[in-house]
Every structure is written in C-alpha cells, then in structure tokens.
Design a protein around this ligand. Structure first.
Ligand SMILES: [Ca+2]
Ligand SMILES: [Ca+2]
Length: 509
C-alpha cells in the first residue's frame, strides 16, 4: 500500500516541476515583453558628467578657481557655493564651463538661492546653453544676441504686469536682442510664475533637453527633498546648437539680491537602444600635471602647518592628531571596561536573586498547601496555628515583594555608584548588606515554619482524643455528632500524617 502514494507523489512532483518550468518560461517571456515596452518608452540612460558639474563642500581649488569652470565679473567661488552677485547695486557675474559639451541630450540640475532683504529684488539669474561663453553683457549679467537657449529667473517686474518673479525660456539664433522692458514676454517660448526668492531651502531647477524637447521642472525650496519637483514649462521641437557651453549668470540693478549657486550637476542622456557613450577618456597630460601639483601643494601646506603647530606647542608629543586619538581611545576603553563590569555584576546579582526568589516561592507554596489542607480538614482546635500560618504567609509575601524590588534597586544602586565613579566600593558593600538582610529574613521565616510544624506535629498525636464540642441539647442528634466528630478526627489525623510524610519527602529543610 506504501508504493502507490510514493508513485503518486513522484507524479505530482514531476507535474509540479513542469508547471514551474512553464511558469518560469512564461515569466521570462513576460519580463522580456515588459522590457521591450520599457525599451520602446522614454527612459534614457543617464550618466553623470563631472567635467560640466560643480558641487560643494570643496568647490574651489587653492587658487580660488572652480575645476573645469571659469568665472567672471562679480562672481566669487567659495568652498560650498558660487556667489554670482552680492546684494549690491549694478553687479554682473557669471560662471561658464571651460569646454563645450559635445553630446546633444542632457539633464541639468541647478541648486541656487536668490535672497535679499527687500520685498522685491532684481534683476535675476539665468541658466544658459549657448554656442559661445557669454562672459559679459546686459542679459542677467551675460551677453545678448546669444546662440542657444536661456532659462531666466526674472525677479523684477519691468513691465509692471505683476507677473514676476517668473521663469521664462527664451531661444535665440544669435540675432535677437533681449526685450528687457517686457521681461522677454514677447520672445518667450515657455514661462511659469514661481516665487524663487527667500526660500527656506535652496531652489532647484531641473532642465532636460531630450528628443528635441526642453522641459523645466522646479523644486520651490519649501522642502529639503531632492526629488520634490513641479512641472514648469515645456518647449517642443526646439533646436539648440550641436555643441555649446553651460553657464549661470546673474545681475542686480537699482534693487539687489544675493544670487548664490550651490551646485550644477550635468547628466548625459542616451536613448535606449543607442550605443552608450564610451568610457571617460584619460585626462590630458597638462590637466593631470595641474591636479598632481594641486595635490602636492596641499600636502606641502599640511606639512608646514603641522610643523608650525609643533613649534608652537612643543609639549605635545607625536602631533595633535595622535594626541586626540589616544585620548578618545582611552576614554572609549574606560567606558567599555566600566560597562563590562556593570554588566557582569548585574548578571551575578540577578542570578543570586533568582535563586533566593525560587526558594521563597517554594516556601510559600508549601505553606499555602498546608493552610489549604488545614482550613479544609480542621475544625476549631488550631485557629491560633492558622493565624500564625497567615502571619508567616504575609511575611513571606512581603519578602517576595521586597526581593522583587531589591532586584531593581540593587541594580540601580550598582549602576549609580558605578556611574559616579565610586569604583563599585559602596555599591558592593550595599549589595552585601542587602544579601545579609535577606539571609536574616530567611532564617526568621525558617524558624517560624519549623516552630509551626513542631507545634502542629504535637497536637496531631494528642488530638487522637480531641475536646469534643459541648453536647447538643437535642439528644437525638448526639450519636450522630459523636460519629461525625470521630470521623473528622480520624480524617484529620490521616491528613496530618500524610502531610508530614510529604514534608519529609520534600526535604525542604
Ligand atoms: Ca525683469
Ligand atoms: Ca513682468
């Protein structure tokens, strides 16, 4: 009969494995179809281009320049941002990539702050992609008649239509002169109203040029979330130069704002199915030498500063870094050892208390049994014994309760004394005191219990002839009462005898 189920099981397993294989194939096919759908969709490959990017916290080199970028006018790079203009009147500044971008689809993420004390500011900030660097000029600090595209963050309402601050996209083939008086509204390819001034967090703009469409997304600086973008505008069928420079410029006028750029990150976009860009080529020898020199300068500087420090502080051995390290290491070591000691002592304490608690519980359970038996089987004679038992019981309960509390108190006291740096002397003394107290209590309890048992043991023998209750007035019931009393006494005697035997068997003394 066992053969058949095994055969059935094998058949079942075989069909299950085939099912799994088919499911696997089905899933693979589905995944491929899904991938195909995705491939046909719009998710481009994205690669970070460090040569067209900058970001803090080490934005500048020792000579104050930004690697791969040039800056002009009022622009001042520092470690974590580039201040394109300070909030002073009639300032113009800009930063531009040193080399032109040679790929035609990209995504730029720009993080900046426009801040000023006035309710309105001026003039604004512009992000550029142009065939040439517009190093100086009247359009937000950059050259007019540009060839390419400018995304303008226009703070000041020149035409008085109460539609500023606004974001405006203006394309130019190199011939158009910017219509400043109308805030470029006659030339705008796309626009959206956004207040980008004086925001708690940096404002972020994401500008994507992909499949001949320029899209602008804005994070309005109310949250620190990086991906919290809102759609601003979209320009379709937009032609921009094959190769060009990225730039950021800003200008102030009669009113002034600080225009600070925190980061510019550029990503090259490649359509799915197209060949991925070749890996980054070696940095040219000239640049390599320059960065090597930069590194050597930095090391030299560090060495000089170390020597100066040692000259000024000859008492410090092994340099400042070694000293700080050793101090922190020592502290850590001390903390570690202290914690370890506390942990061990608490563990030991817990173990001992658990043992005592265990013993206590045993006492209590034995006494409870005894009391239960007595209250069930005894009539009258050992009320006093019962009372004593109750006293012992309540004592026991108190001790148990006390022990439970002691577990925490002792641990706490131990911890406190350790923390106060008493080296555990006081703590251990108190602990010993506690244990002595507990021991004493236990002895008292033990004596009490012994006393009760002895006291009870004696009456059991004597109680073979207990005092009979006063004869009832009703004669007819007398024989009945006598029988009942004799039975009760016999029963009680038996119970006592049994309990003594049990007690002896348990050997808890
Ligand atoms: Ca304006
Ligand atoms: Ca306006």
């Amino acid at each position: 009969m066992r053969e058949r189920p095994v055969g059935l099981q094998a058949l079942f397993l075989a069909s299950l494995s085939w099912l799994l294989v088919f499911t696997g194939i089905f899933h693979t096919v589905c995944a491929e179809i899904a991938a195909g759908t995705a491939a046909a969709g719009d998710i481009p490959h994205r690669r970070f281009e460090y040569k067209y990017s900058f970001k803090g916290p080490h934005l500048t080199q020792s000579d104050g320049t930004v690697p791969f970028w040039v800056h002009t006018g009022s622009a001042i790079p520092s470690a974590d941002q580039i201040r394109i203009t300070p909030s002073l009147r009639s300032q113009r500044g800009s930063v531009w990539t040193k080399s032109p971008v040679t790929f035609d689809q990209w995504e730029a993420e720009v993080s900046f702050r426009v801040s000023g004390r006035g309710r309105t500011g001026a003039d604004g900030l512009a992000i550029w992609f142009t065939a040439n660097q517009g190093l100086e000029g009247p359009v937000y600090g950059a050259a007019d008649q540009w060839n390419g595209v400018g995304i303008f963050f226009d703070s000041f309402d020149n035409d008085g239509k109460k539609n500023n601050p606004a974001i405006v996209v203006v394309g130019n083939n190199g011939k158009l002169v910017y219509d400043h008086q109308n805030d470029g509204s006659t030339q705008a390819l796309g626009t959206c109203l956004r207040d980008f001034r004086n925001k708690p967090y940096p404002v972020r703009a994401k500008i994507i040029y992909y499949q001949r469409t320029l899209t602008v997304w804005i994070n309005n600086g109310f949250t620190p979330e990086r991906e919290d973008y809102e759609f601003c505008t979209k320009v379709e069928n937009m032609i921009i130069p094959q190769s060009g420079y990225f730039g950021i410029s800003a200008a102030t006028g009669g009113l002034a704002d600080d225009h600070d750029v925190l980061s510019f990150l550029l990503f090259r976009l490649t359509e799915p199915g197209q060949n991925l860009p070749p890996p980054e080529q070696e940095i040219p020898k000239e640049e390599q030498d320059k960065y090597q020199k930069e590194f050597e300068n930095f090391q030299e500087d560090l060495k000089t500063k170390k020597e100066e420090f040692q000259k000024e502080h000859p008492e410090v051995q092994g340099g400042p870094f070694d000293m700080y390290e050793s101090v922190s290491e020592r502290e850590l070591q001390q903390v570690f050892e202290g914690q370890n000691r506390i942990h061990l002592e608490i563990k030991q304490l817990n173990r001992q208390l658990a043992m005592i608690l265990d013993e206590q519980r045993r006492y209590v359970s034995v006494i409870t049994d005894e009391v239960a038996k007595r209250s069930a089987g005894q009539v009258g004679p050992s009320d006093i014994a019962l009372q004593e038992m109750d006293t012992v019981m309540s004592n026991q309960r108190e001790i148990l309760h006390g022990l439970n509390e002691t577990t925490f108190t002792a641990s706490l006291k131990q911890l406190t004394s350790e923390a106060q740096g008493n080296a555990g002397g006081l703590g251990s003394y108190e602990t010993i005191q506690h244990f002595n107290d507990i021991k004493e209590h236990l002895h008292v309890v033990k004596r009490n219990v012994e006393h009760i048992i002895q006291k009870n043991a004696a009456p059991v023998e004597k109680m073979k002839c207990p005092e009979l209750p006063p004869p009832s007035a009703c004669l007819s019931t007398t024989p009945f009462v006598v029988v009942v009393v004799i039975q009760t006494v016999l029963f009680f005697g038996y119970v006592m005898y049994k309990s003594q035997q049990e007690a002896a068997a348990k050997k808890f003394f």
